[in-house]
Design a protein around this ligand. Sequence first.
Ligand SMILES: NC(=O)c1ccc[n+]([C@@H]2O[C@H](COP(=O)([O-])OP(=O)(O)OC[C@H]3O[C@@H](n4cnc5c(N)ncnc54)[C@H](O)[C@@H]3O)[C@@H](O)[C@H]2O)c1
Length: 293
Amino acid sequence: MSYNLLKGKKGLIFGALNDKSIAWQVAERAVEEGAEVVLTNTAMAARMGGTAELAEKLNTIFVPADATSVEDLERLIDKTMEHFGGKFDFILHSIGMSPNVRKGRTYDDLDYGFLMKTLDISAISFHKVMQVARKKDALNEWGSIVALSYIAAQRTLYGYNDMADAKALLESIARSFGYIYGREKKIRVNTVSQSPTPTTAGSGVMGLDHLMDFAQRMSPLGNATALDCANYVLTLFSDLTRKVTMQNLFHDGGFSSMGMSRRAMKLYSQSLEKELKEYEEKNMEFLDVKHGK
Ligand SMILES: NC(=O)c1ccc[n+]([C@@H]2O[C@H](COP(=O)([O-])OP(=O)(O)OC[C@H]3O[C@@H](n4cnc5c(N)ncnc54)[C@H](O)[C@@H]3O)[C@@H](O)[C@H]2O)c1
């Protein structure tokens, strides 16, 4: 269903790799809501995925760019402005990658060269995008910039590795740049902290299936899907959220406010009872003696 929420708006979308990508869903929904978009991703991702096909489907252009390269970003912003015939209104940064995660290096055995790449790709690229956009005066007043984050920025989640550090930096960049962009151009900058989602990047997270099950049991509204996320992001691109800036906004079915839920407790109790029974069976002889049998 369309509400024409983004009628007349124009935006640049990073990170649509395939139809599971959060950015893919945002691009499709943004167009449904009346926006015009330009799509970008790395040249490699374009070969592997379907970014260019999506661009064709959405009747727009695909501009390859590595978001860690300022030169690429300058060319990208120029081409985007050329395509739109001037300034535009929103940017989605939906980029994440950790070579340490990919190569199976645990957090207590990080390769520091890889760590720098994780931070550059997943967080500093957000700064680069905004710095280039600001220098080129690419965005209209009351524009909106959103990047995607995860709760590992605030809480320790087993297996999330150096991406946790990248997300903490990403959220900090949103605040610091949000102040400058807001003060000067009334442009807002926020991060959306999304539920675990079955995408290509998501499946790199250790034990994603089990993590998703845990989050599902803990969240009163259940996990937010990529489409749910897209719908939320659209509200942040719309004129209905003009005074929301420098925030990390949880979009996670309530997970971030929970400590323990009935559904999670039930499973935990069951496995605890099973473990206790196994322990008792294993130590039967010792327990019999202890209880004087
Ligand atoms: N999937 C989840 O569980 C989850 C949860 C919370 C937040 N997020 C965040 O959502 C965002 C999007 O990820 P996704 O889950 O849709 O996965 P995805 O794999 O579909 O998207 C990640 C994108 O990053 C792009 N990318 C990687 N390196 C790049 C570079 N150097 N320059 C430009 N683009 C580059 C990839 O090509 C890909 O399109 C990421 O920031 C991710 O951390 C994901």
